[in-house]
Design a protein around this ligand. Sequence first.
Ligand code: GLA
Length: 378
Amino acid sequence: MTSDAVRLFREHFGRTPDLAASAPGRVNLIGEHTDYNGGPVLPIAITRRTTVAVARAEGWRFISRQEGPAVDVDLMAPLRGDWTDYLVGVVRELRDMGAAPAGASVAVSSTVPIGAGLSSSAALTVSATRALSALAGRRLAPRVIAEVAYRAEHGQVGVRCGRMDQTIAALGRAGHALLFETGSGAITELPMPWRIGVIETGVSHQLTGGELNERRRECEEALRMLQRRWPDLASLAALPAAQLVEAGSLLGERLAGRVRHVVTETGRTRRAASLLVAADLARFGALLVEGHRSLQHEYDSSVPEADFIVDRALERGAAGARLTGAGWGGAVLVLVPPEAERRVLREVLSDFAARFGQRPTAWMTRAAGGLRRERIFK
Ligand code: GLA
């Protein structure tokens, strides 16, 4: 099937693109705000994807089906403060490596909801890195692509994210979750047998310069304070849980909460990985809920809409539910025994509508594959 990005490319540029690549959004099962603190994360790639179709050209012209009309971009000009920044970031990073084409026409189309905490930006930067480097005749390894995409978002656009999103978008594997230990870089693929429900809160977040950056600053400040007591402490995730009480006494209440979240979330994520291997739905689900409570009360990254969905999902029979991604809006993942899937989601949606006056968008997904080159049908 011809992808929509290829169709858009033809409509707008009046020719067939030279090549196309696509990358998925993600749902992080657990391990939130650990990736920039040296801890583990446990994401899956999802079936929603972003496709980027490209062809060599004189200058740089970008168009996106979802984000708006064509834009001619000057790579040296200041960033525009919109979606094109992510593409400019990718091109600048590729140029530094000598892996960018001289110019390109780029068409983007995506089924990953934007600003819903499902990593639409990494789906874009990863697929664009693959497509544009291939256009320049380079074949970069998936890990290198993830790193280029990370630098584009972190260094160029200025979102102080960790490496989870780009890594899962590049390396995701169908039917599997990735246990990614960000401290060591180790990646283990674990079978992910269950489908999951995704309920979008409808509260949209804008990460650039916002709460995520502030949390990251708080974590860095807490680490510096703790290093006065424990000079060898490499990251917050490396703090033994047994030292949490003493650590708390060295920090103010706000920073102590951030650190408790990171340390307990690190433990939960590793336990969750073993429970996934054991396919223990009930205990895995319970850990997701503990993780959510920690985001809600210690990390302060949840919103009332997400807390409401989690509470109702549990009352209605879900095995677990949790805000996924950065937070401050975004989406809740709901884990339901297969036989109750439809009923639970339906009931939670009408509970939400009764409380907030509108029915949220919800859908089922499963662990899907990562980055790939797309065939172009002439
Ligand atoms: C965003 C960032 C990730 C990660 C999550 C929180 O999605 O891009 O690197 O920090 O927030 O877990």
